[in-house]
Structures are given as structure tokens and as C-alpha cells.
Design a protein around this ligand. Structure first.
Ligand SMILES: Nc1ncnc2c1ncn2[C@@H]1O[C@H](COP(=O)(O)OP(=O)(O)OP(=O)(O)O)[C@@H](O)[C@H]1O
Ligand SMILES: [Mg+2]
Length: 114
């Protein structure tokens, strides 16, 4: 089965809720990191004249998980439903094709490694 990498950038205070929701839908593993970034408001809570070229990095949480093709859509929906506050800066979800996966301990590859 084809594998997908779901990479999501969310507000840090949403991380626990997203993790709980993802494990509830059967996700077996994930990687999280503390990151910083900006979107189209360039890290400003509001854009005002004179400050439009200033860019600020805002702390975010990055979630990466590799899942089978058949689960990717559900994972994306789950992240969106739990990470959404309705305010700017709620984040983004990206889905990428995965070439290969391997469980180091056993050498299992592909979807067997998930
Ligand atoms: N094009 C992008 N590529 C990589 N990371 C991005 C991109 N856009 C946003 N991000 C990451 O997502 C975080 C949150 O982005 P954000 O939700 O502010 O996007 P936005 O497009 O400005 O949407 P909104 O208008 O809802 O704020 C950023 O701080 C950054 O880490
Ligand atoms: Mg934004």
C-alpha cells in the first residue's frame, strides 16, 4: 500500500488534543517538534501601516506521521477538526508521498513498517 507523510503545523496548545484524537482513530506513531514559522500575516497579529515588511516567527508545533493511503484523509480531517480555533495562525496540513519506510529492529518495510 502507498504511504503518505502527513505534516501539520498547529498551535502548540492544541498539540495534546490533536495527539489524543489521532491515537483514537488508530494512528500508531508520530513525531512532534517545536518549530517557529509565519504565514501570510508574517507573524503579526494585525497588519498596520508601516509594519508590513516586518516578519516575526511565531512558535508552532509540527506533527509528522506516516500512514497508509487509506488513512490519510481521515488523519487530515481529524487534525483539522481538532486544531481549528477559527483565528489566524491555526496552521497548515501538507500531505506528501513516501518512497520507503523501514522498521529498524526487524527490517520490515513498506506498510509493514507502520
Ligand atoms: N507555505 C507554507 N510553507 C510552510 N509552512 C507554512 C506555510 N504557511 C504557513 N506555514 C506554517 O504554518 C504556520 C501557521 O500558518 P498560518 O495558519 O498563519 O497560515 P496562513 O496562511 O497565514 O493562514 P491564516 O490566515 O489562517 O493565519 C506558520 O507559522 C508556519 O510555520
Ligand atoms: Mg496566518
Amino acid at each position: 500500500m502507498a504511504l503518505k507523510l502527513v505534516m501539520a503545523i498547529v498551535k502548540p496548545f492544541k498539540l495534546d488534543e490533536v495527539r489524543e484524537a489521532l491515537t483514537a482513530v488508530g494512528v500508531q506513531g508520530m513525531t512532534v517538534s517545536e518549530v517557529k514559522g509565519f504565514g501570510r500575516q508574517k507573524g503579526q497579529t494585525e497588519i498596520y501601516r508601516g509594519a508590513e515588511y516586518e516578519v516575526n516567527f511565531v512558535p508552532k508545533a509540527k506533527i509528522e506521521l506516516v500512514v497508509g493511503d487509506d488513512m490519510a484523509e481521515q488523519v487530515v480531517e481529524t487534525i483539522r477538526n481538532t486544531a481549528e480555533t477559527g483565528s489566524i495562525g491555526d496552521g497548515k496540513i501538507f500531505v506528501l508521498d513516501v518512497e520507503q519506510a523501514m522498521r529498524i529492529r526487524t527490517g520490515e518495510a513498506g506498510s509493514d513498517a507502520i
